[in-house]
Design a protein around this ligand. Structure first.
Ligand code: PGA
Length: 248
């Protein structure tokens, strides 16, 4: 089944509001929208509003928040609720990104609370999963990803607005990418879990981890790869426009 491609830019802790506007001015000037393609930007929370405003009227260019806290409001210094992100223009949220898991110590259970809060709050959830190098070397890639999915999606209804991003931790920001055939093996396993949990066949599974202009075409040529989640290579508007131009 071919699903429309989704190109997601994870800006991480880069590009404040002014820089985001400058980036988007350039990107929108050179990007040619393609039929069925969606581009999604995950700026830092302080740049959500500027990003959303600059993209107004571009219906296939969407904005998401990089992380949320599951509580609706209250004394949670530094946290962003789903409603705050939505009010600032987000239509999606990353959940369980590897840096949240491995730098900030987020557990599968916390990830699940966030997924449910995101969906209950009316945003699309982009749940990130992926194994660490030691897990891959022990042959535990599928078991790790399956556990992250089953726990992360516990008590989530099958009709939920969900995207999965497979990002092997050893490939993020390292210049090492999974080969397309490695990615396909894991994407196929992810698809089997999603089907088992009752999720729709049109749920997209993205690949992430050192994706760049040179390797994106090979990755999205695989029918199991429904798009990409890109960090470093999404910070240059010209390069990002070239990445988003790939596809059928
Ligand atoms: P990278 O990051 O493209 O810089 O490897 C991807 C991500 O962390 O989402």
């Amino acid at each position: 089944m071919s699903r429309p491609l989704l190109f997601a830019a994870n800006w991480k802790m880069h590009l404040g509001p002014g820089e985001a506007r400058t980036f988007l001015d350039r990107f929108l000037a050179i990007d040619t929208p393609r039929h069925g393609r969606t581009v999604m930007f995950f700026p830092p929370a302080v740049s959500l509003e500027a990003t959303a405003e600059r993209l107004r009227g571009h219906e296939h260019d969407l904005v998401g928040v990089q992380d949320v806290y599951w509580e609706a409001k209250g004394a949670f210094t530094g946290a962003t609720s789903v409603a705050l992100a939505r009010g600032a223009g987000a239509s999606a949220a990353l959940v369980g990104h590897s840096e949240r898991r491995h730098v900030f110590g987020e557990t599968d259970t916390e990830t699940n609370r966030k997924v449910r809060a995101v969906l209950d709050g009316g945003l699309q959830a982009m749940l990130c999963v992926g194994e660490q190098l030691a897990e891959r070397e022990r042959g535990e890639t599928e078991a790790t990803v399956t556990r992250q999915l089953r726990t992360g999606l516990a008590n989530v209804t099958a009709g939920a607005d969900l995207v999965i991003a497979y990002e092997p931790v050893w490939a993020i920001g390292t210049g090492r990418t999974a080969t397309p055939s490695d990615a396909v093996v894991v994407h196929t396993a992810i698809r089997m879990v999603l089907v088992d949990l009752g999720f729709a066949r049109d749920t997209r599974v993205l690949y992430g981890g050192s994706v760049n202009v040179g390797n994106v075409a090979q990755l999205v040529a695989e029918p199991e790869v429904d798009g990409v989640l890109v960090g470093g290579a999404s910070l240059d508007p010209d390069g990002w426009a070239r990445i988003c131009a790939v596809g059928p």
